[in-house]
Design a protein around this ligand. Sequence first.
Ligand code: HAM
Length: 418
Amino acid sequence: MIQRPRGTRDILPPDTRLWNRVEAVAREVFSAWGAEEIRTPVFEHTELFVRSVGETTDIVHKEMYTFLDRKERSLTLRPEGTAGVARAWIENRMQDRSLPLRLYYIGPMFRYERMQRGRYRQFAQIGLEIIGAETPLADAELLAALHEFLVRLGFDDVEIHLNNLGDPDDRQRYQEAIRQVMEVHRAELCGDCQRRLDENPLRLLDCKVPRCQELSAGAPAMDAVASPASREHVAGVEALLARLGVPYRRNPRLVRGLDYYLRTAFEVVSPKLGAGTALGGGGRYDRLIADLGGPAVPGVGFAIGEDRLIDVLPEAFRLETLARPRLYLVPLGDAAQAWALELARDWVRGGVPVELEVTGRSARAAFKRADRDHFPVVVIVGDDELAQGTVTVKRLADGSQTRLTPDRVPGWWLEHVR
Ligand code: HAM
């Protein structure tokens, strides 16, 4: 028996309905905010992620699915979406369009992670990027669109944790400050953090090992070291969020798992997910496109983890999506079958979801099935119906029954079921 690879999932019906509806809401909300969809490849040259996400990050260091193709080129299954969007933006000369551009994407990402709840090796992200605007207004608009999306799904308990990661020069000074404070504890740190101390001390703050967290609690906050311009920027974002009533909180310890961020960085936190498991994250990346060889164009964006989002989806949205009544149409006898198929086509055209009984069940077996699968309505067409040109419509809730001409069925359905 061949099983699916560790960390992958089969998403089965009816859950696929939840996925489709969540994605439909994302498309609707983000396009209402002026965004267009972008689709980039699922694999890219490895170099792209090394240069954007950062060589010393966990993602690049130990989580990428990297392989050589038949011509010995190093390719990587994308671990995230922003790098590909930035690459596509440069490659397709999108700076020639009027800026800013708002781009969203929905699709699978791949990270070789240790298995635990909410952590998969193939997972989906829903992301939005605003490229070509450097104002706090752009950050706040992005977060407003994100918040609106979550509100539409019925979330009322998520919070945005936000921090200022400063400008690149600040980063240098900050790394030094952390190194100074932490060097004395080197021997007590986990193996990864000892490496981080040499390569990228900022990453220490992101360590999940409790002892490392205790030790790094003594490190200074980035905002204290950051440039006045970056502080003003993030304060501007906060003021706009406060005005909109988007729930946020400053978290001076927040660092992201990717290197391209500066100034605004944030995570979407849900009380239903464990600590350290964010629903989404993002921030500003004003140097990314230039660092990849493009023009100096700023950007800001986020990605939501769709698997996690669906894990904690509000009950009302879940129930409403899963309750999708269909009319169960049962032909009895050979002569009725062709007629039933025709009726099914006409009713589907008229907007009624129909499930045609195609396996030849008897009336008794069909009613048993209807019960088990919660069909609200069974329509029977047999010899008698065929002769009279009417169908028998039975509501299972109260057992009531009526005869209708087929053209009246869509109207009846709308009135009585939907
Ligand atoms: P990220 O924080 O690495 O950011 O990922 C965003 C979200 O993807 C996470 O908050 C989480 O919900 C989901 N996610 C990440 N890894 C996994 C996993 N192994 N299993 C399930 N879900 C996962 C980024 O990827 C940035 N590109 C976001 C961004 C867009 N920044 C600017 N624009």
